[in-house]
Design a protein around this ligand. Structure first.
Ligand SMILES: *[C@@H]1O[C@H](CO)[C@@H](O)[C@H](O)[C@H]1NC(C)=O
Ligand SMILES: *[C@@H]1O[C@H](CO)[C@@H](O)[C@H](O)[C@H]1NC(C)=O
Length: 348
């Protein structure tokens, strides 16, 4: 921890650049296609900003998204646009305001991962500062599910997904030491205190499945519920964690990525969309020098991966940057971003 206090700006900038470049030299994958998507529609937010994660409710309504002032909003479409759906116990209108204010987020909360439990309609929220929260299908005040495991408080609750068969809730704490607004320090320090956890709604118990992870972020349950995929942000890697079968409780590498993964979501074919964070996107010139990179890879903002972890498609950024999530629905791609003031929708 001590080193962090002595970091001067020059080191910070140099290391940031170095970190952005490093993963480029460790990548090797196959590209099948780069889809040419037509229109990008922007669903502008009127409350807060930075729709990090998206979720559709069990009847297909939404999407829902968590924004910078701690609220969860629901997209109603048409003239209604975004409406407030749920809020946490700390929300205070004057203090939390409508704008992105990183100084306030530890108080106001910052919802990141979102997922519905289809059988109950309950929405689970991984709030970076407040922990794992839930709210019923009608919305309103969120309830705290957990903020500590094995006596150690979460400091950066991040991704959540649910095994819809068992109702088990899987979630990540990216670090026990660093908070969300210190994510760059988390990366630079090489912190490996992240955790993968499971919450059982029947017993209300939280189990730590794995300690000592390096920046675990988004996660997703596989289509057959046999494993989880966990996006490891600073290692630029997706890990597979077995939930069933002979390898239960063990990790293996699922995919190496050309950028920093954020959230990972499954489409209806059981494939995955992995959103890549912003740092890599600006490195046009550098990427071209690396063998195996196609020229079109200038602005990779997301990848579609097969069930085996092969890259099937690279989504080129266009004007959208800092993508945190891609959710595919009926052929449309809904794009979340931790900074943008809108949710993007690419129509098929
Ligand atoms: C959690 O983060 C805060 C803010 O950086 C820090 O003060 C605190 O020490 C962290 N908790 C642990 C256990 O490191
Ligand atoms: C997807 O398409 C089906 C069938 O056309 C429709 O019922 C459903 O509402 C659509 N979902 C979304 C999110 O547009």
């Amino acid at each position: 921890m001590e080193m962090i206090n002595h970091f001067d700006l020059t080191n910070y900038v140099l290391l940031t650049i170095l970190l952005a470049i490093l993963p480029l030299f460790t990548t090797c994958y196959e590209i099948r296609a780069i889809e040419n998507l037509r229109s990008l529609e922007m669903l502008s937010l009127t409350i807060g900003a930075g729709p990090e994660s998206l979720a559709f409710d069990p009847s297909g309504g939404g999407p829902y998204t968590g924004v910078s002032n701690g609220r969860v909003l629901k997209w109603k479409g048409g003239d209604l646009g975004w409406v407030e759906f749920a809020f946490n116990s700390n929300h205070r209108d004057e203090e939390c305001g409508v704008y992105n204010n990183e100084m306030m987020e530890s108080k106001c909360g910052r919802p990141l991962g979102l997922q519905f439990h289809k059988a109950t309609g309950d929405l689970y929220i991984a709030d970076a500062y407040l922990g794992l929260l839930t709210v019923g299908p009608e919305g309103g005040p969120m309830t705290l599910v957990a903020a500590v495991a094995d006596g150690v408080p979460f400091n950066f609750t991040n991704g959540v997904d649910i095994d819809q068969d068992t109702g088990m809730v899987y979630f990540t704490d990216s670090s026990i030491h660093f908070q969300r607004r210190e994510y760059m320090m988390l990366v630079l320090s090489g912190d490996a205190s992240g955790r993968l956890m499971r919450y059982d709604p029947a017993t209300k118990r939280v189990t730590v499945l794995e300690n000592g992870l390096t920046f675990p972020n988004g996660l997703v349950v596989s289509h057959d519920n046999t494993h989880l995929l966990v996006a490891m942000t600073s290692p630029c890697r997706i890990l597979k964690y077995w939930l069933r079968g002979p390898r239960t409780g063990t990790f293996e590498t699922f995919a190496e990525l050309p950028g920093y993964p954020d959230n990972i979501k499954r489409n209806s074919k059981g494939e995955y969309w992995v959103a890549l964070g912003q740092e890599k996107i600006q490195l046009n010139g550098l990427q071209k020098r690396v063998a195996n990179f196609e020229p079109m890879l200038d602005h990779p903002i997301a990848l579609r991966l097969s069930q085996e972890g092969r890259v099937l498609e690279v989504l080129d950024g266009g004007i959208m940057t800092s993508i945190s999530e891609v959710e595919e629905r009926n052929g449309s791609l809904w794009l979340g971003s931790v900074v943008s003031p809108y949710v993007g929708v690419y129509e098929a």
